[in-house]
Design a protein around this ligand. Structure first.
Ligand SMILES: [Zn+2]
Length: 331
């Protein structure tokens, strides 16, 4: 046990309190800084009287595709409590978002999804867009931003996805035909080629960073997609085959997401009226997808977070609810 304020290990038990639900919450005192806290301080369950099992049941139901109202009926509470619990978990997302391991290899897939949010506006004017990035091999869902399909959404999504991937030695960046992914990335990941590496055969001044390869898939007629590499790679970057660019897992992933996340169903729903609600639901989905649910493609009982090497076992939602982040989880 570390002190949540000063990280000191000089922490002693300091009594306990019993909640209405008969749950006992251990209190601690830090001998270094003198401050008191309890085992729920700094977790999504801090100062909440509801048992973690109840919140877990509700979020599990949400994760299985139930709407907010249906989930509220399952646990016998109000829809606003469900939203509030989702907000608690969602706000802890940064503590569950480690970057890709240094020096590794990642394949990033980016794509957009549309959903109706609020008023029945035409797609261009609706805020119901999500841009989503996954890492192909691990199925780790590294980024999902909801909002208007506008420059800002691409800027934000691309910047976050790039920040996640940037420490990797080899990065393959494959997206759908939306050119803004490439444009935004060029601002972040292009470099000037040293003059000793340019030649008549390779006369480029500015190229992608070494180890980074960027391609888009342009949907053509009859559903045939064409692959186009964007800008120029660094002369030392190995390139993938067209077949490797085509192998897209994000499309299958998105259809699974549509099944699970009510916000993506076509019909009007009551809670996704605002983009905040959509973002919150996405954050919760993303946490559960990465850390809780083993993915069928990864072998027996392996979650995307395990495949990324972040942790050694699948977690229960209740463990996430009662923890300050993945670094505090006991193996
Ligand atoms: Zn302390």
């Amino acid at each position: 046990m570390h002190c949540i304020y000063c990280q000191s290990e000089e922490v002693v038990k300091n009594g306990s309190k019993t909640l209405k639900s008969d749950q006992v919450v251990q209190r601690y005192l830090c001998k270094t800084c003198g401050r008191r806290f309890n085992e729920r301080s700094g977790t999504p369950m801090a100062r909440l009287r509801t048992p973690a099992a109840t919140v877990e049941m509700a979020l599990n139901a949400r994760g299985e595709g139930l709407g907010i109202r249906a989930a509220a009926r399952v646990v016998g509470t109000s829809p606003s409590s469900i939203s509030a619990w989702e907000e608690r978990l969602s706000s802890h997302l940064p503590a569950w978002s480690p970057p890709a391991p240094e020096g590794g290899e990642v394949t990033i897939e980016g794509d957009e999804l549309y959903t109706r949010v609020g008023e029945n506006l035409p797609p261009e004017a609706s805020e119901g867009w999500t841009i989503s990035f996954i890492e192909r091999e691990s199925r780790y869902w590294l980024e999902a931003s909801a909002g208007l399909k506008a420059a800002q959404l691409f800027e934000q999504g691309v910047e976050r996805a790039w920040q996640w991937a940037v420490s990797s030695a080899w990065i393959r960046w494959f997206t759908d035909g939306e050119r803004r992914y490439g444009k935004e990335l060029w601002k972040l990941a292009s470099v000037y080629l040293p003059s000793h590496l340019t030649s008549e055969a390779y006369p480029y001044q500015k190229v992608w960073r070494e180890g980074l390869e960027v391609a888009i898939k342009i949907k053509g007629s009859q559903g045939k997609a064409r692959v186009e590499w964007l800008q120029v790679e660094h002369p030392w970057t190995a390139m993938s085959s067209i077949a490797e660019v085509h192998a897209n897992h994000l499309e299958a992933f998105n259809s699974a997401l549509r099944r699970r996340a009510t916000a993506y169903r076509r019909r009007q729903n009551h809670y996704a009226k605002q983009v905040e609600g959509l973002q919150r639901a996405l954050n919760v989905q993303r946490l559960i997808h990465n850390w809780v649910r083993p993915h069928w493609s990864l072998g027996k009982a392996r979650t995307p977070a395990m495949a990324m090497g972040f942790i050694q076992r699948p977690l229960k939602i209740s463990e996430i609810l009662l923890s300050r982040g993945f670094e505090w989880i006991t193996p």
